[in-house]
Design a binder for this molecule. Sequence first.
Ligand SMILES: [Zn+2]
Length: 392
Amino acid sequence: MKQKRAYKYRIYPTDEQKQMLARTFGCCRFVYNWALRQKTDAFYNEQRRLYYKDLSEALTQLKKQPEYIWLSLVSSVPLQQALRHLDKAFLNFFEGRAEYPKFKKRHNQQSATYTDNAFRWDGHSLTLAKMDESLDIVWSRPLPDGAKPSSITITKDCANRYFVSILVEEDIARLPSTDTSIGADLGLKSFVVLSDGEAVGNPKFFHKDEKKLAKAQRRHAKKKKGSKNREKARKKVAKIHARITDRRRDFSHKLSTRLIRENQTICVEDLAVKNMVKNHKLSKAISDVSWSEFVSQLEYKAKWYGRHLVKIDKWYPSSKRCFDCGHILDSLSLDVREWTCPECGVHHDRDINAAKNLHAVGLTVFEACGEAVRPGAVKAKPGTPQRNRKAS
Ligand SMILES: [Zn+2]
């Protein structure tokens, strides 16, 4: 089965390329923000929805106006793609996966996407539209043989590092099926606690970086706005942040691949973005973000390899329910690591008990769906087992 897969590499653009990229990022950001404004205004003022087609036409008109002539200095493809990204952001919003799209800022990560009519790939090197030289790419792993990139995205992160993400279609062989399954819960002390009792992701591994980040953020906040020192402090924060993100992602990829390899069905708690409680505690915020990234990795890897992911609604009382007898506690505060069930007397480790509950309810839901489920993710609200989506 053909699947789309992205390969990401570090790149080192020349000064000239950096200039062109900076201009392109700026124009993409402008177009995205302009279109977001158009969409929002059209909706609030006229209760009208603008679609990609409308905005694409409006953009063509905009570029003809003398004061926006600078939009024509960059390739038009990434600008069209910026409109597509906005469409995707709205889709994610309407389907409850994300918040309302926000304006893009100059200081955040920048990106530009090129489809295959705006870059040249000769099997070894990649050259972008409006550029003479090919990109200097660090091939940290090979692209699959004969890969034909369908689109590429250039990003510049807050620590001023440049990356290229190359999207290719490839045949991914399904893993032989197995009858093992597991539940995974977002742990308090470890990143993930599995229903077989294993805790993965020693927090100490991340803790040092997080402390450094908190310190750098405090220093940044104290500097005078607009000062050189503030800019320096901001870069320092960005650098630490980038390192944390890299390490987390690397860890998360290894773990998601391992769980997918070992299990046919994986049951996890679904922390939808919109349900995420705003939390000012840094480490909690970071772990929530990593968790949603981890779950989305499980989701697409499940699809690739023919596995099943069951996502359990976060309101299911996985922590407060005794796995052994089903008794549900009235409350269980976050600092309680272990508890004894008043009903049956079994002593529980908080996280393992939760993972076991997720595992059990996930399998129940999954079996209720039966064979109709395709590989990939199943979303489930326990208590109302999902039926086959098609009307009977
Ligand atoms: Zn009990």
